[in-house]
Design a protein around this ligand. Sequence first.
Ligand SMILES: [Zn+2]
Length: 600
Amino acid sequence: MSHVLAAVAWPYANGPRHIGHVSGFGVPSDVFSRYMRMAGHDVLMVSGTDEHGTPIQVQADKEGVTPRELADRYNRVIVEDLHGLGLSYDLFTRTTTGNHYTVVQELFEGLHRNGYIVPKVTMGAISPSTGRTLPDRYIEGTCPICGYDSARGDQCDNCGNQLDPIDLVNPRSKINGETPRFVETEHFFLDLPAFAQALGKWLDSREGWRPNVLRFSKNLLDDLQPRAITRDLEWGVPIPLEGWRDRTDKRIYVWFDAVIGYLSASIEWARRSGDPEAWRRWWDADGAGEEARGYYFMGKDNIVFHSVIWPALLLGYSGEGDRGGEPGDLGHLNLPTEVVSSEFLTMEGRKFSSSRQVVIYVRDFLERYDADALRYFIAVAGPESQDTDFTWAEFLRRNNDELVAGWGNLVNRSISMAAKNFGEIPAAGELTPEDRALLETAKAAFAQVGGLIERHRQKQAITEAMRVVGEANKYLSDQAPWKMKDDRERMGTVLHVALQAVSDCNTLLTPFLPHSAQKVHELLGGTGVHAPMPSIVQVDDLDGGPSYPILTGDYSTGARWASAPIEAGRQLAPPKPVFRKLDPSIVDEELARLDPAAST
Ligand SMILES: [Zn+2]
């Protein structure tokens, strides 16, 4: 047993999330967390919505609402979507809580005290006509990197690179079109080069990372530059230094506050649990959390924040960069054990794009299809280690041929045959070599499938579990218990063995397919919670702010990661189908929902 932190990427709250997002961070982190809990580890799975920064301010301006109102709206949408997918967060919170502000400011102060945050004079934009500062969001121009003509002052939405307003080619004010004037202004920078050595040593000691993630991260160390951590912006966490605290025109940069969310959410979880120090079991590198492991889940566009910047913040706060220093009140903090990054999901051969309608929102998907059908697709065909295309034809095929005709059929025919002929789980008589072979295959799969999930090879893991399903289906076809009307004892034995295999397969598939796993558990006559589910709870802000919805749950009950012997004599009723077979017409219907360009 050990303490395992599952730190899941923070979805940005400027709109609903699409299935590409949840295939990168959401479902894989949930499969991992569910498995680790079943295997007896003490898992803390945390995340929340990322709510500061220019894009939310810009979107709010466009809609005539406050940034907080906009963030409230999408925080709720995202919480509901993640709940619909059954993602078992211990806490899914947000970055606009009083707790988060306190923790972000504590890290900022600790880094500043240790000398890792340095002021720097840079060129900031002002409006020549009014003489006032022009916040980043009011400046637009051509991206110097990709040439996109509507890049913002802080970021290019086309290539994703972070920018400074002065980098833009042909900068212009979005207010009146005039060309901004650049004057000297002071900002704070994180002294990243001071961590090059410590980061290099840490990266060299990493084991088991996907090779591309490790290589990419090490390459970044060759060219570390000080990085701005404050912006000309009103929406964000105030800068906690004398003379800056009360300024309303400068805020901490959104990326700096968002990565700290893993720590602040752990602290919030502990404060809500009744033991405010409990978070240290996952974080305290010198004490309670010494043996803890931390796994960070994200898409590949976020690797730099998790393998370089977040570790640098943790090193600096703990006093472990080139400038030394002392740990702050939160202590000496654990660095990530592993950065688990996935690749991109594309959509019918094209990049997801909300503006071009090449998109399937989680909400729309869940209105028409079951959560486990999507979870299955993501696990078996998702972008685990290479960019992967989502097509409706492939979704249909995976659902109908594998989930329904493979696993659903095994559940359905074995339970209905036992229900019809015995009304209960029949007892097993003497076992044949074929019976033993199936039972052993199923039992042996636990170590194999579990080991693969622990090493983040979920595609191989679910394929292995489905291989056992295939073996069990073959066993039933070979044994043909429906032909054994005059040998009830042998029929009972075969069905007992088949049901034991169903029970084992169901446990093996539980991390991937928790909703249907609960149903299969009940069809087998089981009671109680097999696969615990998260719930949405409206809570008060712990520090006096407005209330908000969180995702949380009690995951201490549920199945263990082991073969559990089924009990002969347990009542069985004729089963209802666990999965829905989809009509092939959905493919054309769904393609028609995309923009006309997609279907021609
Ligand atoms: Zn660009």
